[in-house]
Design a binder for this molecule. Structure first.
Ligand code: ZN
Length: 97
């Protein structure tokens, strides 16, 4: 089980949280093509390495935040605000990409 550091409550077990999916996805313009809209709705990367995700402390403070996680080890690399950009992670570069 992962231990997630809620920015408001501190470290808590994973089962107190819900993952809201990939972070930092930009909604396309209203006049985009069907393919662009479909990709926005359903197309997601499945990286082997660092992945930015939205999480909610559902069984705690109910706040949303972003989390950078290594998908290979489930190591939490960073926790940051829901409106903040992903911090630079010098030590973790994912699958070498
Ligand atoms: Zn919390």
């Amino acid at each position: 089980m992962m231990l997630i550091e809620c920015p408001w409550c501190g470290p808590r077990p994973e089962n107190e949280f819900n993952c809201g999916g990939t972070s930092h996805i930009q909604r396309p313009a209203l006049d985009c093509s069907d393919a662009e809209w479909g990709d926005y709705l359903f197309g997601r990367a499945n990286p082997c390495g660092v992945h930015a995700e939205r999480w909610r402390h559902s069984y705690g403070c109910s706040h949303w935040f972003n989390l950078a996680r290594d998908t290979r080890t489930h190591t939490v690399l960073a926790v940051y605000g829901i409106c903040d950009p992903m911090p630079a992670l010098a030590a973790a570069t994912g699958d070498g990409a």
